[in-house]
Design a binder for this molecule. Structure first.
Ligand code: ADP
Length: 496
């Protein structure tokens, strides 16, 4: 069966054309043909529907070189074979350079069939290659548009750690333009500190070794010092089965991490409050009961005193009952006060710390005089932002304790001042030269009902109250002290 073949012949000789058609039919083709011998006709017949162009090298009005040129100008690439009787080697070589696939001499046309077949096959292969390249190009464009427009930051990292490419989102999260990222090694970006650098290097090796595919989290410090948490998803990019880069998609999970940390803090706070509550229940049943037991006991003695008419003892026993009720009163008042912190706060304001100190000294004035305590207050103390009444309570409690735990100090001295800052908050101190506190109790004294000396006056609530007020102001409190060497209570408060 003959193969259909659409042929355009550039030939001025009808006889030569017949010869060519004869050869094509002999080779098994069924030519559907047109013959032209000038530029205008050639252009009107030139179309991609053609299978082959067979061109005489030179015609009176036209030539093969010009025909090749015109075909190229129109972006076409048809199998073009020179069939000539006259052209010299030089001219033929030029035609081949310009894209002709083959050439034949008219007196040796026996090879025409195989030359056409060869040219068609070459064209087919070229078309297939072009299609594959187009598809590749299309895929590349799709990937690039996905890459660029992805809201997730994506980077391509070479096996030596060099950043090969990054999308818009990656530039935003890195806070750097593309030119400051590409060509840099991720180790040199300065976003990893010495603790997580070895971890990342280990991960990187595992990824390249094909051992790690699961997402992992890292903490990075950006050039504006902002700390970000990223969840890293990796994929290996391969060419001819060899890995050449890692595609890194990093999701910003900073907010999620913050929420997790806040949740963790809340849980811890809740656990601490629960423990406090447990202790509270215990103490309420124990500490509040003990004055009641005292009262009950002395009521019995009073009965005896009255019966025996011993007025002197009756007076003493009544005083004991009085002391016990006072103690209960103090306990209940402070407990109530403690339970109110947080709920019963006044609107915060800018207050001079000196005024707070003055107010607190006024309240403890009597005790100071009684124990002959000297107070030295540093001048020009900063302004703080907080609840005036509660902050006065803090100072009052600390002064109370400083006086109460003076021991047998012959020159009782309390110094109040400010020294340095922590987290941008001034550090205040109340320093005494009293009995001091052994280091093992430095934490414990801030808990509820933690009295170091059960024989001392006091409820063990004061410092718990102080701590809660300070923490409510987002500050912190701690003590530095050694037994017998006085104590210094430090605390921070927000600035104006
Ligand atoms: P209290 O009502 O017993 O004073 P606090 O909570 O105020 O309760 O203090 C807890 C314990 O911490 C006190 O019982 C005391 O042992 C110790 N303490 C507090 N302040 C001082 C201080 N300035 N010097 C020595 N010990 C102190």
């Amino acid at each position: 069966m003959s193969l259909p073949l659409r042929v355009l012949m550039l030939e001025d000789s009808e006889m030569d054309a017949e010869l060519v058609l004869y050869e094509l039919r002999r080779a098994g083709y069924e030519p559907d043909w047109r013959r032209v011998d000038n530029e205008a006709d050639y252009l009107s017949c030139l179309s991609t529907d053609l299978d082959v162009i067979l061109a005489d090298y030179s015609m009176p009005q036209f030539n093969a070189l010009r025909a090749l040129q015109l075909m190229k100008e129109r972006g076409m690439d048809m199998p073009f074979i020179i069939v000539t009787g006259t052209a010299g080697e030089e001219a033929v070589a030029e035609c081949m350079r310009q894209g002709a696939r083959d050439y034949l001499l008219k007196d040796r046309l026996g090879r025409l069939g195989s030359a056409v077949e060869h040219a068609l096959q070459e064209k087919r292969l070229n078309d297939e290659k072009k299609q594959a390249l187009n598809a590749l190009h299309e895929n590349e464009e799709k990937y690039r548009s996905l890459f660029e427009s992805s809201p997730e930051p994506i980077m391509l990292i070479g096996l030596d750690g060099t950043i090969l490419d990054c999308n818009q989102a990656a530039q935003i999260i890195a806070n750097r333009p593309r030119k400051e990222l590409i060509g840099k090694s991720f180790q040199d970006l300065g976003v990893l500190d010495e603790t997580n650098m070895p971890v990342i290097m280990q991960r990187f090796t595992e990824i390249i070794g094909g051992k790690l595919f699961a997402p992992f989290q890292i903490r990075v410090i950006r050039n504006d010092n902002k700390i970000l948490w990223l969840e890293i998803h990796v994929a290996l990019l391969k060419k001819d089965d060899a890995i050449y880069a890692i595609q890194v998609i990093s999701r910003d999970i900073t907010e999620q991490k913050q929420i997790e940390a806040e949740r963790e803090n809340l849980i811890q706070e809740l656990a601490a409050r629960n423990a406090e509550l447990e202790q509270f229940t215990y103490t309420v049943s124990h500490d509040l009961k003990s004055p009641l037991v005292t009262i009950n006991g002395y009521l019995g003695y009073i009965e005896q005193d009255a019966a025996s008419g011993n007025l002197e003892r009756l007076k003493q026993d009544t005083q004991r009952i009085q002391d016990a009720t006072n103690k209960m009163h103090a306990l209940l008042t402070e407990l109530l006060e403690l339970s109110r912190i947080g709920r019963m706060m006044n609107a915060p304001e800018n207050i001079s710390f000196e005024e707070i100190v003055k107010d607190a000294i006024d309240i403890v004035h009597g005790q100071l005089e009684k124990r002959d305590v000297t107070i030295q207050t540093q001048p020009n103390l900063p302004i703080v932002y907080g609840d005036r009444q509660r902050l006065t309570e803090v100072l009052q409690n600390l002064l109370d304790n400083a006086i109460k735990y003076m021991g047998d100090q012959t020159n009782p001295l309390v110094e109040i001042g400010q020294h340095g800052e922590e987290d941008d908050k001034p550090i205040f101190f109340v320093k005494d030269n009293g009995i001091g506190i052994a280091p093992e109790y430095h934490e414990r004294i801030f808990g509820l009902f933690n009295k170091l000396d059960p024989n001392m006056d006091g409820t063990g609530i004061g410092l718990a109250l102080v701590k809660r007020i300070i923490e409510f102001h987002k500050g912190s409190i701690w003590v530095e002290s050694k037994l017998g060497e006085g104590s210094t209570f430090y605390f921070t408060l927000p600035k104006e």
